[in-house]
Design a binder for this molecule. Structure first.
Ligand code: SF4
Length: 387
């Protein structure tokens, strides 16, 4: 077993977990083998991507980012719009904006090298307590203890903490710090991450396979599946709005760039009303980006953000080229985009849903029109066959 220096509350846990990590740890594209320090850029990029997002979703995106921007200076030189487009679909877009701002700060103020202490890392855009501890431990070997939701769950179970979250957070953080060994802190952090992802899972933890089961008080108390307890959450409010999908005769769609700060900042959207709680506003059509015959589509588009649920009514209009945009659309932020370019555009998931709703309905309506075409107007080939 590895020589592990610890003054931990449960000295048996760290060595067992490290030995298990060497045998069973996940091989991930941003990881170096156990026992070695990792590229700080890869650790930072992967940790930002993994916030609120699964390893399965992140893996191809991480590989794509590394191919486009192989180091922090390359990312600093990138256009924000390109970074947002590469991020599209991962959600929580403030992460992408901060990633870009952080790359610029590292490039300009730290000579292109991420700083090696938690304190200096935390001063950078988008790097909080968890990410700074993860980078400090995994990339620089510092004794730091990242605690995210997975690690919270593992610690709450290991120590049978019955105080519900979030009140239990300070206690959990203190225990995580005490459990962290003086050496191999990076491997220990990753071992905790892997234990939470593979064995000590939210539902049905595989205690029979767990390397630290003999030390686990939650298991001994028969509470493994129930912990951690959580305080009841307030229900998410519902906001409503109307999205306008204008399709030009050449198939291009009208899009608008959102303001740089705030929800989905800098991303593209179809021009829309503000999103507000309460019933849908009667005056929604006053927000239309151009004068046209707007058709309300059946159904609506739903999307859930962290703090609210959104219901969007979709209005669509087919228009001619060179139509003038109204002041309500804020024309300076608008642009027309061909449908082939939509896939690579910086469109958040909610707007992809809106476009799919509008464009799918258009295809169905067009098929129905074709099906209703009277026999006299049917194509000449059909006439020839019947002749
Ligand atoms: Fe989690 Fe079970 Fe292991 Fe305890 S014994 S840490 S509950 S998997």
């Amino acid at each position: 077993m590895q020589d592990v220096h610890t003054d931990a509350v449960e000295p048996a846990i760290a060595p067992k977990l490290l030995a298990w990590y060497r045998r069973e740890g996940r091989a991930l594209p941003w990881r170096a083998p156990p026992g070695t320090l990792q590229d700080p850029y890869k650790v930072w990029l992967s940790e930002i991507m993994l916030q609120q997002t699964t390893v399965k979703t992140v893996t191809p995106r991480f590989i794509d980012f590394m191919r486009r921007w192989p180091d922090v200076n390359a990312l600093a030189r990138a256009e924000l719009g390109d970074v947002l487009a590469a991020w599209a679909g991962l959600g929580y877009y403030a992460r992408a904006r901060n990633l870009h701002a952080c790359a610029r700060a590292v490039s300009e103020e730290h000579g292109g090298r991420l700083p090696d202490t938690e304190e200096a890392l935390r001063a950078l855009p988008g790097i909080g307590a968890y990410t700074s501890a993860a980078i400090a431990a995994i990339a620089f070997g510092r004794r730091a203890s990242p605690v995210d939701g997975n690690i919270e769950r593992v610690i709450a179970r290991l120590f049978a903490i019955e105080t519900p979250l979030p009140a239990a957070k300070p206690q959990i953080k203190a225990l995580a710090a005490q459990l962290t060994p003086k050496t191999h802190a990076g491997d220990f952090a990753q071992a905790m991450m892997d234990l939470g992802a593979m064995i000590c899972t939210p539902r049905k933890p595989a205690c029979g396979l767990c390397p630290v089961r003999p030390s686990c008080r939650g298991f001994a108390a028969g509470l493994a599946e129930q912990l951690p307890y959580k305080a009841a959450k307030a229900e998410r409010p519902t906001r409503r709005g109307t999205a306008f999908v204008a399709i030009r005769e050449d198939g291009a769609v009208l899009l608008r760039e959102r303001p740089p700060k705030g929800l989905l900042g800098g991303m593209l959207e179809t021009p829309s009303t503000p999103w507000e709680e309460g019933p849908q506003s009667e005056a929604a059509r006053e927000h239309a980006p151009l004068a046209a015959s707007w058709k309300k589509l059946p159904g609506s588009v739903s999307h859930t953000f962290t703090h609210f649920h959104l219901e969007l009514t979709v209005l669509r209009a087919e228009i001619l080229r060179d139509v003038e945009l109204l002041a309500a659309a804020d024309p300076a932020r608008c642009r027309w985009l061909g449908q082939r370019d939509l896939a690579g555009a910086a469109l958040p998931t909610v707007m992809r849903k809106v476009l799919a709703h509008a464009l799918d309905e258009r295809r169905v309506a067009s098929k129905m029109r074709d099906a209703k075409t009277p026999a006299s107007a049917a194509p000449r080939r059909a006439n020839r066959r019947s002749a």
